[in-house]
Design a protein around this ligand. Structure first.
Ligand code: PLP
Length: 291
């Protein structure tokens, strides 16, 4: 159940392609080396949420890989075509819109770019409701490496997500749902597909915290929009460094991302942590205001 629309100069609104038959060359460097970048966003009522933030982050990821980034004027009509086609085929439901850009077929010197629209997996709503048991897993680098080693592309959303997926499989094989990565110097980083957010409430002052971007994490569009909305409704904001004890002592911890939105963390490494349905409801309502 997916719709594909390729960016193609011969088709100003994008070229619709059949997702049930092969569409990429087997030599595409996105497939053979994971050499490319992507974004995933939620579309509601036919409109992608936070489109400008996703395009801007993807442009940054493409720049880190030295990939030419098609302009917003090229992506936007193709996204519109994909969502119109998705609604025509599958009705009026929310969609996951993925934007993908690879270095293209070997030797061609021509990137491949396309939009994929597909239904939101049922697990997104389930995890919002039931919450998550997470494991802290080592990411294997220290929190200062991103600055020293730009070639590692830390903080870019590349197609090389095999490690992230392996971490989630590892968690599931060990009785958990998801992962929070830690650095070798013991700091909280991010989830494999999410940003970590925690709340502290002291003397009536509510503070939202998240790890600092300098530690090599992906700048989350959901976290950023949530923080803007929270600040407007009176929350204080804070940015790491955060140690795992801080998560255990918080009044609430959530994994946030564009599709799952905001899912409460119930336990860390098998130990229950405080869960606040009230704070979850308040923050979920703020995330809902983010368009
Ligand atoms: N961190 C990583 C590693 C991710 O892959 C994602 C999203 O997939 C996020 C954070 C959350 O980003 P966003 O809120 O923009 O979806």
């Amino acid at each position: 159940m997916s719709v594909l629309v390729f960016l193609d100069p011969a088709f100003p609104s994008g070229r619709v392609a059949d997702a049930s038959v092969p569409q990429l060359l087997a030599t595409d460097l996105g497939a053979t080396r994971g050499d490319g970048v992507f974004e995933s966003m939620l579309a509601v009522d036919g409109h992608p949420r936070k489109l400008a933030s996703h395009l801007s982050r993807m442009a940054g990821s493409a720049s880190a890989l030295g990939l030419e980034f098609p302009s917003a004027d090229t992506w936007e009509p193709a996204i519109g075509t994909a969502l119109a086609e998705f609604t025509r085929k599958y009705g009026d439901q929310q969609a996951v819109v993925k934007l993908l850009l690879t270095r293209g077929p070997e030797g061609a010197d021509r990137p491949t770019a396309w939009v994929q629209a597909s239904p939101v997996p049922a697990s997104a709503a389930e995890q919002r409701q039931t919450g998550l048991d997470v494991l802290l897993l080592e990411r294997g680098y220290d929190s200062t490496l991103a600055e020293r080693a730009p070639w590692l592309l830390l903080g870019s959303k590349t197609l090389s997500y095999a490690v992230n997926m392996a971490a989630i499989r590892y968690a599931r094989e060990h009785g958990a749902d998801d992962v929070i990565f830690t650095s070798s110097d013991g700091l909280v980083l991010e989830g494999p597909t999410s940003t970590v957010v925690l709340a502290e409430v002291k003397d009536g002052v509510k503070t939202l915290l998240t790890p600092e971007l300098e530690s090599g994490i992906l700048p989350g569009t959901t976290q950023s929009a949530l923080f803007d909305a929270a600040a407007k409704s009176g929350w204080q904001l804070g940015y790491g460094p955060l140690r795992p004890e801080r998560l255990r002592q918080a009044d609430g911890v959530w994994l946030v991302s564009s599709i799952r939105l905001l899912a409460p963390v119930k336990s860390i490494d098998g130990n229950a942590i405080p869960v606040s349905p009230e704070l979850t409801a308040e923050l979920a309502a703020l995330v809902e205001t983010v368009l």
